[in-house]
Ligand binder design. Structure first.
Ligand code: GLU
Length: 509
């Protein structure tokens, strides 16, 4: 291949939610394209009408948008090679299939689905291919006049590739190196279906050619399809333009035994899909990383490290850094084990790293879902800055930040009541008086000093009053430094919370 412009594609079939491996495929294609100032194309491979699922295409588009991996060309934004939905390109594929028939590389097959079912039942390991094709109803086995008559009569038929006998075909995978296949082991795949739609095999080759795709990176599960594609590129006379392929390593279950599936997620309690997917047919909701509270930056970062590293100890990468550092040479052949604890670590790190401003809208939504409407933007930003290092998933902001905006509804009384004494009541009454003695803004450091001085005066220890004070303000044993909390709550609110809690602590449990 000559030095043509880098053009990559993500070519999903709209059949359901997007597995995290699918998003990693998008990511690696995207990184490579952007690194080489190329184009990233989204092509919807919807030629299998029986597997088409309503809403799946929108889901894919939403998902790319959430991740910030926007295609340069797609069914939505269009582009020079439109249409980008294969069902809308239906008319153009037959010509290529017919060309292959003319050349003797493909043939018409008239067998009905019932006949094929019968063969599958009666013949163990039945394959439509070299061994059985002569005994079946196709243009290789039937006399020409019969074939013509069947075609003239409009008899339903498919077009199949004629796999050559005894050939070894090979290609160079950018990750795996030299890979070869024996043609005897591959059946005569259908290229064009009876409804006139191409199958994946024909459509992927024709479209990668017509759309001038230079590189195609896809999951390892597509490796068995390569021999058919190699032959088609060759037979159609396009071999010089064939994209360079890389088959990405599998994402494995946490124990390393086999591919990570949707079911593993359900069994082990973590998402496997990028975003929630609701299957209208079964009523099943498959949870996603987005709804669990992952930041897209963290999700991409963790996906990048599933099968790739930059050769250093660096683990946190922005998308721009990934574009700069990504290289296929550093993608491993071996499958990458998925580790949910590590995934959460990435998210916690990204929450910490993010500006409060950029977390604001997510946090407001989380609080609003719990009935907390925040009107004071400046306060929300200070709160986010104070608590973000304590949050692993976005919904953690409710526990860590909610109490700044509403008084505790319950208190961890078990932590307070057993050691509750009149001396402590007296201390908090004195603290209230001290707080009332000024109208200035409460400042964390000076308040802490005053608090401690009062503690000494009353001959109490930090262990006696600090925890009760925290529970008065937040309801439980969590949250950031207690004087920082008081400072954000302000003088009046702190006084009010002490008063309310004093009542609760003194009432019988
Ligand atoms: N339509 C295929 C899929 O659903 C695309 C495979 C490829 O990238 O060639 O993943």
């Amino acid at each position: 291949m000559t030095d043509k412009k880098v053009r990559v594609r993500f070519a999903p079939s709209p059949t359901g939610g997007l597995h995290l491996g699918g998003v990693r495929t998008v990511l690696f294609n995207y990184l490579f394209a952007k690194k080489h100032h190329g184009d990233f194309v989204l092509r919807i491979e919807d030629t299998d009408q029986t597997r088409y699922v309503e809403g799946a295409e929108e889901y894919i588009l939403d998902c790319l948008k959430w991740c910030g991996l926007q295609p340069d060309e797609s069914p939505v934004v269009g582009g020079p090679y439109a249409p980008y939905r294969q069902s809308e390109r239906k008319a153009l594929y037959r010509e290529y299939a017919e060309r292959l028939v003319m050349q003797g590389h493909a043939y018409y097959a008239f067998d009905t689905p019932e006949e094929l079912d019968k063969n599958r039942k009666e013949i163990p390991n039945f394959q439509y291919g070299q061994v059985y094709r002569d005994g079946l109803r196709n243009s290789l086995s039937l006399p020409q006049h019969e074939v013509d008559a069947l075609l003239d009569a409009g008899t339903p038929h498919v077009i199949r590739i004629k796999m050559p006998a005894d050939e070894t075909i090979s290609f160079n995978d950018l990750i795996r190196g030299h890979v070869s296949f024996e043609t005897n082991q591959v059946d005569d795949k259908v290229l064009l279906k009876a409804d006139g739609m191409p199958t994946y095999h024909l459509a992927v080759v024709v479209d990668d050619y017509l759309m001038k795709i230079s590189h195609a990176f896809r999951g390892e599960e597509w490796l068995p399809s390569v021999p058919v594609h190699l032959l088609l590129w060759d037979y159609l006379g396009w071999k010089a333009d064939m994209p360079k392929w890389a088959h990405l390593p599998l994402i494995l279950k946490p124990d390393g035994h086999g591919k990570l599936s949707k079911r593993d997620g359900a069994r082990l309690g973590f998402p496997v899909y990028a975003m929630n997917w609701f299957d209208a047919k079964t009523g099943e909701l498959t949870p996603g990383f987005r709804e669990l509270g992952f930041l897209p930056e963290a999700f991409l970062n963790l996906l990048a490290t599933l099968g790739w590293n930059d050769g250093t100890d660096q683990e946190l990468f922005t998308l721009d850094e990934l574009i700069e550092k990504f290289s296929l040479e550093r993608v491993s052949k071996a499958g990458a084990k998925f580790d949910f604890e590590k995934a959460k670590w990435f998210n916690a790190e990204w929450i910490k790293k993010s500006e409060a401003q950029s977390l604001k809208s997510d946090v407001s939504t989380i609080l609003a879902e719990k009935g907390i409407v925040v009107t004071d933007d400046a306060k929300l930003l200070s709160v986010i800055n104070l608590v973000k290092e304590r949050c692993v998933l976005l919904p953690d902001f409710y526990q860590q930040a909610g109490f700044f905006f509403e008084q505790p509804k319950t208190y961890d009384l078990n932590a307070v009541q057993p050691k509750w004494t009149d001396a402590k009541v007296d201390f908090f009454n004195a603290l209230t008086a001290l707080l009332n003695s000024s109208a200035a803004d409460l400042e964390a450091h000076s308040f802490e000093e005053a608090f401690k001085a009062l503690m000494e005066e009353k001959a109490l220890k930090a262990g006696d009053v600090m925890l009760p004070f925290r529970i008065m303000l937040v309801g439980g044993k969590f949250g950031p430094h207690v004087f920082d909390i008081a400072a954000i709550l302000g003088r009046q609110e702190t006084i009010s919370r002490i008063a309310k809690a004093l009542d609760a602590f003194s009432s019988p449990a």
